[in-house]
Design a binder for this molecule. Sequence first.
Ligand code: GLC
Length: 430
Amino acid sequence: MTDQFDTDRLDGAARDILRCNDRGGYTVPNGRVYPFQWNWDSAFVALGFATFDRERAWAEIETLFRAQWDDGFLPHIVFWQEDEGYFPGPQVWGTDREPVTSGITQPPVAATVVRRLWDGAVAAGEGEAFRPRAEALFDKLFAWHRWFADHRDPEQRGVVVAMHPWETGRDNSPEWDAPGESIDVSNVGEYTRRDTGHLNAKMRPTKLEYDRYLALVQYGRAQGWDHAKIATGNPFKVADVGMSMILLRANRDLADLADILGCDRSAIDVWIARSEAGIGWLWDEVRGTWCSRDLLTGRHSGFVTSASLLSFYAGLSNPRKDAAMLAHIERISARVQFLMPSLDPDDPGFQMVRYWRGPVWAVVNWMIGTGLAEAGHRRWAERVRGDTLALIARKGFYEAFSPIDGSGSGGDDFSWTAAIWLAWSTVPAS
Ligand code: GLC
């Protein structure tokens, strides 16, 4: 599949991007647009480093967890050093922590990545050397997952309830439009965005969306970033299909790590059982798809997004639902040149360059492709992997890509795109 590409050159370019974005122990997603450490970006970046520098891959995750709070919370941004190029910066968040961090989290892919790093170390005969580091990370991952159970599932439904669109990693997905209407933006005040100074505004979230993002930051700050208070009164509470699937998968990997390391897995088994029993709440029978659901109104979003297709990655198996999701893939594949658009191209709100309303994201493709391969849907798994590699080979290491014509959007020289290239250029989807 990769023979058509100049793999050696592209592997080298991908490694150069990771090295260039390395700030010493952590990697910025993109030096201009995102000049700090981001949570799930770092997890994916570790997969890339693991292909050529195992030590550095582990360090990426370890650095991220140095910013973990005492209650297990792991922030979505760590502001290791000052940089004027991003808004909202540390003063806006006002979490009053050392290191300075944001007050929301991001999709928990790290346990799945650590599981892979461990397997890589064992395969290289270095398992014993890395065991103490795996044990230390296990405790931290466990504390983070416990934090999810304590603070991001207020009704104990076995899902992950996002308290901010940024928490989902899919900032401006249309899934947040209706739930966002109840956010009062009248007191947000004046502010200057930095993202639209670096990038074409057509590719970015709108002013209304930014007002909502900021209103929620101001709300969290007013609660002193007390996550119990936020879980009670936050004006935005959406059970995110993406995070729910990702956490279920991550708990399965964490349970495997517990077995490997001789740790107690009983609490993890409880979380897994709760998710397996409850995640059906995110199935929309009318649209025949997995999707997010507003906890405050009970309404399904009704959108088919790339996150809907993470059920395979989560290890869920239900013949009727799986067939419906595969039918969505088949239908979508006839409408676009490159899988997997972040929003159904048959949706009237589909926009090929506007961030999470259309473009293809390599990291989501990696999860979708991995899940499809594991579930035995090899043809689609290889298609998703092949499309991802083709986009990068033709256009470069962009933040995201148009599923229609493949054009790159957002920032270039993006770390997680380089990492997914490295993770997928030499091995089939597994
Ligand atoms: C954007 C993306 C988010 C990512 C961040 C840094 O906010 O939506 O998923 O983590 O950029 O790359």
